[in-house]
Design a protein around this ligand. Structure first.
Ligand SMILES: Cc1cc2nc3c(=O)[nH]c(=O)nc-3n(C[C@H](O)[C@H](O)[C@H](O)COP(=O)(O)OP(=O)(O)OC[C@H]3O[C@@H](n4cnc5c(N)ncnc54)[C@H](O)[C@@H]3O)c2cc1C
Length: 395
């Protein structure tokens, strides 16, 4: 027996992006159905801290969405960020105070945030959830007819594909992606150490990119993206060379101990060539996986979601939204993020002389011009296009 239901939006994939999208579209009055492959009530609970760095703009958005207030104390504000490149003279520190903000961003545990958003979804009776299910087939008629693995057929005006990096739907839509293999491996460690509270560090040296991001008074994440040719230098018989790690973070983080590896992955990223076809839009990891140099994946997705919400607000709700104009504006933001990442990975993670000189000039300019420094800071916080006073009012 089949059930036939009609929706404004079906969202395939109930990760951070899909859940936030379903929640917000439903609040705007759209009839939504969320389809998740796994059990949506079973979000991973661990004693580990899986860091997700949210920039200022993302926190403003999560506040607007009514999500942030449910995070209670499960976030750690970052007020200062030091960027250091190649030699210790070549560094610049950004401070929230300089642009009259309380913080630059916050670090949260990704599973706590996901659990919080999923709890809100489960309380929202207007969102229909099919978990432990997936879309097997899409037929394009007047609307989209979706055949789901739970034997249901549903109809929708629009489909949002947020089913992650290995998206089956993207594949079935024949959307190709540009793959980038950086020949680097990323390691995330939780550890105990002594450091300046609320101060994060990103440093570039010939081995790769290293970040230290605190998440409480005594605990800090060391995020190390190491070029494969140097892996042997860092690991012998699978044990990490703690002395080398200590020397890299020297001057910022001391007394490092109790390291716990929580994640390790080969740095192969992807960028979808197209993000929509007719009434189907890709959002989140299904459309791009980014190099961690800017910690931007979810931050970018939230801005893309904001564009979707604004766009849908201006359209006639009786007819299907044409995603073309929306996709153009989302693509502008994506391209600018891709360009920034390409620039940073070329200039900072490269020990060739021209790159060293460019990185030295960049950091010297940032240090000597407060206007340039503030512009750069607002860009990485995602607030360059928003009125400063409006943002201040949102704190
Ligand atoms: C180690 C690491 C650190 C990161 N740090 C940051 C950071 O500091 N700041 C930042 O902004 N971003 C960061 N990111 C990126 C960020 O995590 C992602 O942008 C974000 O999680 C993307 O979420 P998503 O919902 O698109 O995908 P996912 O989280 O992958 O969710 C996809 C969902 O779809 C479900 N699914 C899969 N297949 C199907 C199917 N066929 N049908 C139905 N459901 C399906 C999955 O079960 C899952 O629930 C980081 C990423 C990594 C890997």
């Amino acid at each position: 027996m089949t059930n036939i239901n009609q929706y404004d939006f079906v969202i395939s994939g109930g990760g951070l992006v899909g859940c936030t999208t379903a929640l917000e579209l439903s609040k705007k009055g759209f009839k939504c159905c969320l389809i998740e492959k796994n059990n949506i009530r079973e979000t991973i609970k661990t004693n580990e801290f899986h860091p997700l760095s949210l920039n200022y703009r993302s926190i403003v958005l999560l506040k607007q969405f009514g999500i942030w207030e449910n995070m209670t104390d499960a976030f750690y504000p970052i007020t200062d960020l030091t960027i250091k490149s190649y030699n210790s003279l070549n560094r610049v520190t950004f401070s929230a105070e300089e642009i009259s903000l309380n913080y630059l961003g916050c670090v949260v545990d990704r599973y706590k945030l996901l659990h919080t958003i999923r709890s809100l979804i489960l309380k929202n009776e207007s969102i229909i959830i099919y978990d432990e299910s997936e879309i097997n087939n899409i037929e394009e008629k007047n609307n989209l007819e979706l055949h789901i693995s739970n034997n249901k057929h549903i109809h929708t005006k629009h489909l949002i594909v947020s089913d992650g990096i290995n998206s089956k739907l993207k594949e079935s839509m024949s959307i190709k992606s540009k793959m980038i293999d950086y020949s680097q491996v990323s390691f995330i460690y939780n550890c105990q150490a002594t450091f300046e509270n609320n101060h994060a560090l990103q440093l570039f040296n010939r081995y790769g990119v290293f970040a230290a991001i605190p998440y409480n008074k005594k605990s800090i994440n060391l995020i190390m993206t190491i070029k494969k040719e140097y892996l042997k230098k860092f690991f012998q018989n699978d044990a990490i060379d703690l002395l080398l790690i200590k020397s890299i973070f020297n001057g910022f983080v001391s007394n490092i101990h109790s390291l716990n590896l929580i994640s390790k992955y080969d740095l192969v990223t992807s960028r979808a060539n197209e993000i929509y076809k007719n009434n189907i839009l890709l959002l989140g990891n299904s459309s791009q996986l980014l190099h961690p140099v800017g910690a931007q994946g979810y931050n970018l997705s939230l801005r893309n979601l904001e564009s979707l919400l604004n766009y849908c607000g201006t359209q006639n709700r009786e007819i299907s939204v044409n995603f073309k104009n929306l996709a153009n504006s989302i693509n502008k933001d994506r391209l600018s993020v891709f360009n920034n990442i390409d620039f940073a990975t070329k200039i900072f993670i490269n020990d060739k002389i021209p790159s060293k000189i460019t990185s030295l000039i960049m950091i010297t300019l940032l240090k000597t011009s407060s206007d340039l420094k503030n512009m750069f800071l607002k860009k990485i916080l995602g607030i360059d296009k928003y009125s400063y006073l409006q943002i201040k009012g949102d704190t």
